[in-house]
Write a protein that binds this ligand. Sequence first.
Ligand code: NI
Length: 168
Amino acid sequence: MAILDILHFPDPRLRTEAKPIKQVTPKVQQLVDDMFETMYKAPGIGLAATQVNVHRQVIVIDTTEDKSNPLCFINPKITQLQGDTTYDEGCLSVPSIYETIHRAEKITVEALNREGETFTLEADGLLAICIQHEIDHLKGKLFVDYLSPLKRQRIAKRLDKQNRSKAA
Ligand code: NI
C-alpha cells in the first residue's frame, strides 16, 4: 500500500471530471486500498480519486472514529435526495478551512463495491453529507464552490500562499 499525494485547492487538476471505471481490476482495488490508507493517515473521513490526481469515479469513506466502517463507492450515482441540512464541512484538499454548507439530508446511492458488485445504500446524517461531498469531487466540484466568489477567492489566496511556502 502507499500514501498518495493530495492535491490542494486552487489546483486546477481538482476541476477534472472523473471517468467511470469499466471494470474493477486488481489495479483499481490497489487504488482503493491506497486511498483508504491515505485517508486514514491524513486523517479524514472521505477521499475521492480526483484528490489524488486519478480521474476515475472512485471514492472511499469512513465516518466512524475507530475505522470500523470503510465504504468504497465505484461509479456512484445518487438516485434519491430528500430534505435538507447543514454541516460545517472541511476537505483534505482545502486544509484548515471549515464552512457551513447546505446538502440533502437523506440520500440513496447506487455504486459498485471493491469486488465490483452493485449495491444500494440509503444514508442520512454525516454519511449522507460525506457521500454528496465526495461525489462532487468526481465532478470537479469543491465545497468552496457553494460559498460567495469573494469568500472563495480569499480562501484560494490563503491556500496558494500555504502551498507555495510548502513547495519552497
Ligand atoms: Ni473533499
